[in-house]
Write a protein that binds this ligand. Sequence first.
Ligand code: B4P
Length: 183
Amino acid sequence: MKTRLLFLGPPGAGKGTQAAGLCESHAMKHLSTGDLLRGEVAAGSELGKEAEAVMNRGELVSDALVLAIVESQMKALDGGGWLLDGFPRTVPQAEALEPLLAQLRQPIEAVVLLELDDAVLIERMLSRGRADDNEAVIRNRLEVYREKTAPLIDYYKTLGLLISVPAEGSVDAVTQRIIKALD
Ligand code: B4P
């Protein structure tokens, strides 16, 4: 199975859920920018203070801040597989990732796009109940996704890396679809 991966998709599609399971079963390093940012918020760091309000409004944290986090994590990789979950989320983030991966000589093998209807996304996020999961914030996140992140679909399609996977159904059913698509 391919083991240098990006996970792309709207908020609530299940990127974090699927990434955690796959990284455990296929020995990949799971790098979730959402989890890393929530870790900074919980630790009360300067970076976390800057990120918290932005996340709770459903906006994207600045490219510079996210890139600083990702860069230090990527440089600590040991040469095994990795899965970037929720990063890149903007075209400038994707452009900044390229020289970093070239320097590491670790090209992306596939970009998995998890696709799901808005109604199901909203339902899943409301039942998750995180600090940034109320209906108004969720609607804003979906708009931000369409405006800033969805252009990455064409970006990676052009590079021949995009694999679309329907994200409806049970967690196991989605996992099986992803594994099959990455064979
Ligand atoms: P993330 O942490 O990336 O989270 P997400 O997109 O909201 O959710 P995800 O798709 O991972 O869904 P999950 O598995 O939890 O982002 C949070 C915020 O961080 C962003 O809004 C932004 O502010 C900031 N951020 C992160 N990365 C950034 C970047 N690169 N640049 C700038 N800002 C960044 O699943 C959702 C729910 O559905 C869960 O409750 C789960 O249990 C459930 N679920 C999953 N699969 C299911 C299934 N098959 N059936 C039923 N329920 C399911």
